[in-house]
Structure formats: structure tokens, C-alpha cells
Design a protein around this ligand. Sequence first.
Ligand SMILES: CC(C)(COP(=O)(O)OP(=O)(O)OC[C@H]1O[C@@H](n2cnc3c(N)ncnc32)[C@H](O)[C@@H]1OP(=O)(O)O)[C@@H](O)C(=O)NCCC(=O)NCCS
Length: 295
Amino acid sequence: MACSRWQDADSQRALLPKQPWLFKAHRTVNRPVKVRANYEDIVNTASLITPILSWRPPRRSLNFQPENIQVWRAWLDQPPSHVEKLLETLSPDERERAERFYFQKDRDHYIVGRGTLRIILGRYLNIEPDALRFAYSAYGKPSLTREFGGDFVRFNLSHSYGLALFAVSRGCEVGIDLELIKSDFATMAIAEKFFSPREVSVLQRLSPHYRTEAFFNCWTRKEAYVKARGEGLSLALDKFDVSLAPGDPPALLYAEGDPRAARIWALKELTLDRGYVGALAVRLQGEENPALICH
Ligand SMILES: CC(C)(COP(=O)(O)OP(=O)(O)OC[C@H]1O[C@@H](n2cnc3c(N)ncnc32)[C@H](O)[C@@H]1OP(=O)(O)O)[C@@H](O)C(=O)NCCC(=O)NCCS
């Protein structure tokens, strides 16, 4: 089952005081994974339609619930005053990176993405956003430093054309990917370049009507898995298979050299409106560590 029914900016406002909905998603083997989707944009979506004074941060404090993965979304086109406010939460190296973007829009999106990430994590950890410190894997995956909960907090983010998604978990490694569906990108030539032979063959056998959807299912699921692993492009994209046909449950089907992979990785579909598609990859915890099991 997908994490579905994200709300529009205005209707979200009405949802703010309410409890977030809880979705139960299933992977191919029997253990379910719950995905908690919070329909509060961290940078208040109301700001898209009303002035700065209506800026309303999320709840002061957020709770980790070990059995849940929490997914947040934020629109990255924010008024300059919001961008500047979020810039103040960034570390010197993040500010330097922001300055290196050629286009102002990319700079602002990066600032809003990172600033929003800091706000979200700060609320879980009860720490001011600007106090958090990130470390980076050899391939660039950010994590929190140990002093800020890096041993147990896992998160990942993705952005595409003005929208960002954030996945936060206690203990389960996560990867998230978001794409704007563009049918002219979903070609067999691109598929042959990035997908595995099995995935290409599934795509070829589908009626053209379903190919774009299948293409982006494949792309986001593969990317979410790659991002959860944190190994970037060192992980060969043609050496693992994901499901992609519309209607097939999201799943990692096979990973070369890792017979357990299909059992320990769960893939989730994040259903989004406005032409976006998203996927989440979660590394499930073993039975021996029940407090951290994602289910
Ligand atoms: C970062 C990477 C993993 C994803 O890049 P992307 O899809 O362009 O970007 P996304 O918006 O989904 O994710 C970017 C965010 O992921 C995080 N990230 C960076 N490196 C990462 C890594 N190695 N692993 C996981 N997350 C990473 C960062 O938070 C980054 O955002 P920020 O720099 O603004 O904080 C990219 O380096 C990569 O290797 N992509 C594979 C590209 C590809 O060929 N895909 C084919 C899919 S079939």
C-alpha cells in the first residue's frame, strides 16, 4: 500500500492541528512497515499564499516512534525572507556550498531544503536547528554526528523541481527519492543505460500506456535503495532488480552477491500529487533487535 493522499497547501492548513494519518505499508514478505506521513509542511505551506507573518513552525517537539518511519514534505519556493531566516540555521560549510550555486533558485532551494531538514531533526532531538552537526559518508550521504544522535537517528532527503521529501527513522537506515514525472525522459534508451536487464525487459513488455509510470517506479525505487545504502554511483545500477510494473508491490527483488537483500530491504511507494512520484527504501532490523524493528 502506498503512502497516499498528500494534501494541497491550502487544505493542509486545515489539517495542521490534527493527528497525522498513519499508513500501513506491506512489503513482499509478510512483515508490514508503517509509514507515518505528517501533512504539515515544515516551512508552512500557507506562506505560499499569505505573507511572512503567517509563518508557522511545526509543533515544538516531535517524538520518535521506533516502529515508524516518518516522512515529511516541504515546498522549496519560499519568500526571500524565509530563505534568509533558514540560511541563519546553516553551518559555515553549508553556507559556502549555497554560495557556489550558479542560479539563485538552486541556491534558495538548497537553503530551504537544508534549513528544513535542520528544523525537522531539531524538533525530534529537542536541539536548536543551527546547533546540529552533520557528517558525510565517503559518497556524500549526510548523517548526524554522534553527539547529536547519529548512532540512532537515520534520515534522508530528496528534492525535485521545488518539492522536497524527508524521511526520518530511529534505527532503520532509510533512503528516499522524489522525481517529477516527465514522459519525454522515460525513454527505452535511458532505461537501457540505468536499469538492469530484467527491468528493461519488464518495461519492454509493458504496453506503452504504462511505460512512463513503470519507468519512474523503477527510477525512484532504485534511487531510494542506492541512497539508503549511501554508496552513490559505486553501487552498480544493473546489479540489482526492483519491481516496476504498475500494480506490482514495490520490492527489491534481487541484489547480486547479497542473497538476503530482498528480505532485509523494504521499498515503499509515496504517492504524491502534481505529477511527482516518490519512493522510500528501509533497511529492516533483525528480530534480535526488536526495539528498532520497522514494522
Ligand atoms: C546524491 C545522489 C545519491 C542522489 O542525487 P539526486 O537524485 O540528484 O538528488 P536527490 O534530491 O534525490 O538527493 C539529494 C540529497 O541526498 C543526500 N545525499 C547526498 N549524497 C548521498 C548519498 N551518497 N547517499 C544518500 N543520500 C545522499 C543529500 O542530502 C542531498 O541533498 P542536499 O545535498 O541538498 O542535502 C547522487 O549522488 C547519485 O549518485 N545519484 C545516482 C544518479 C543515477 O544515476 N540514478 C539513476 C537511478 S536508476
